[in-house]
Ligand binder design. Structure first.
Ligand code: CO
Length: 465
């Protein structure tokens, strides 16, 4: 028997997850535009660059059209597979959208340049993945069917392997195990990747975070179990709540005889480029040094990095940082009450806000957010385990939870919204931006219009003189 080449491929996350986890997605396109042609030569399996919080933050804080960012990325990296993260039926927003919108959004993402769509559902309810997955496959995109990883009494190896099989049957090209909290241990990785590899024939991807310090060991054991692709970030944007360092793992693996496809010189250039940017964000406070440390609290509280930073800013805003510890203790209790949802968007926000409410009010479930109410009604899908009946009674009263898939109850909204927007929306992409983030998009459109008028005035002015 010939010696098989061992191969591990890399997805670079600096533009999306590292950016999101360390500096709340505040990288404007202009900051990284110049390095894209270099990144295009690195040999990554893919560059994760869109989706997640990128879309929202572009419109809300960066005065950037996210669709334009995507088209620019496509142009600047013609040889690289552009990857996005999509929250199934939630798309990039925080609620469920009708199938019509899910289809259109996926089609437009592919039209504008996306190659790989990693699709997940916070509750691992496959009914919430179907429309996006089928549409993306139809459009010729590569779908990575993602499993939201979490530990709980109901999240067993068998349950995860079964889910992987269901996704494979749905037609996805790869399975991604998404450990957003960075709490997967090396042992768990070895067992889980092995179990999934036994169940499916397609490649398996592992995504984790350094939050608890496990990630490098976790990747190593996952690789021993046969994982095909891992997510890493260029070293100056790695560690802490971000991913492990691309260059480090590349060198380690090559020495162990693995083929990575990566060009070491290019990787160094990429890191050299981002270093001063990282330093700038450290200096102006956008990058909190806390985000770069190892925090084993997450192993106890199972709280993802992004959620930790959200809790900090939430409590700071309310001048209640002294309650941080209490909120961290309350968080897993709320999670258990709600049937152990994985703590990923939007569940992480929902559980975090409810835990904060419970602590600040001094009484559990005195203030219940409308999101938790919707969750208990079943609008987000089926929870992994039944919701605590006491909480259910408190939240819903006499109301009955819905049956079936929530998205089936939603009416099409595209044409109606398009008509309402009139010429404020210049294209269908604008309409989709508005449907996902109405107030934010409205403000963005107004600013865009003002800018255009200014340009017109400016160009006319010299003629008048
Ligand atoms: Co992540």
């Amino acid at each position: 028997m010939g010696k098989e080449t061992k191969k591990v491929l890399f997805t670079e996350t600096v533009l999306r997850d590292a950016n999101q986890s360390l500096i709340a997605t505040r990288l404007p396109y202009s900051k990284f535009a110049d390095i894209l042609p270099t990144m295009d030569k690195a040999g990554y399996y893919s560059v994760e660059c869109w989706g997640g919080a990128v879309f929202d933050v572009c419109l809300r804080y960066l005065d950037e059209d996210p669709w334009q960012r995507l088209r620019n990325l496509r142009k600047a990296m013609p040889n690289t597979k552009l990857q996005m993260l999509l929250r199934g039926q939630n798309l990039l927003g925080y609620k469920h959208y009708p199938d019509e919108i899910v289809k259109m959004f996926v089609e437009k993402s592919v039209d504008n340049g996306i190659d790989i769509i990693r699709i997940f559902d916070a509750l691992n309810d496959v009914r919430n993945l179907e429309t996006a997955t089928k549409t993306a496959i139809k459009c010729g995109a590569t779908v990575s069917g993602a499993i939201s990883y979490t530990q709980s009494p109901v999240h067993t190896l068998e349950a995860f392997a079964k889910l992987a099989k269901q996704l494979e049957e749905m037609g996805v090209a790869t399975i991604c195990v998404k450990d957003m909290a960075g709490t997967m241990t090396p042992f768990e990785a070895y067992e889980l990747i092995g179990a999934i590899k036994n169940e499916v024939k397609i490649p398996v991807v592992l995504h984790t975070h350094c939050t608890t310090g496990m990630a490098y060991m976790t990747y190593m054991k996952a690789i021993e179990a046969g994982v095909d692709v891992i997510d890493t970030a260029t070293s100056c944007f790695s560690g802490g709540t971000s991913q492990p360092a691309t260059e480090t793992i590349n060198i380690a693996l090559k020495q162990l005889g693995y083929e990575t496809g990566l060009n070491d010189d290019v990787l160094k250039q990429v890191n050299d480029y981002f270093k001063p940017i990282r330093d700038e964000y450290l200096k102006d406070g956008t990058l909190n040094p806390k985000m770069l440390t190892t925090d084993t609290d997450a192993l106890t509280y199972k709280v993802p990095g992004g959620m930790l930073s959200n809790l900090v800013s939430q409590l700071k805003a309310q001048n209640a940082m002294d309650k941080f510890e209490q909120v961290l203790i309350e968080t897993p209790k709320v999670r258990a009450d709600l049937g152990y949802p994985p703590l990923v968007t939007p569940m992480s926000q929902m559980v975090g806000v409810q835990a904060t409410n419970n602590v600040l009010a001094g009484e559990r479930y005195k203030n219940i957010s409308k999101e938790v109410k919707a969750y208990c009604r079943g609008e987000y899908g089926t929870p992994p385990a039944p919701i605590n009946p006491d909480v259910m009674a408190k939240v819903l009263g006499d109301e009955k939870p819905i049956e079936g898939r929530y998205a089936d109850t939603l009416e099409p909204v595209f044409e109606k919204t398009k008509a309402e927007l009139g010429d404020t929306a210049k294209c269908d992409e604008d309409v989709l931006s508005y449907i996902l983030f109405p107030q934010v998009a409205e403000k963005f459109f107004a600013a865009r219009k003002a800018k255009e008028e200014k340009i017109v005035k400016y160009t006319i002015a010299p003629v008048e003189e």
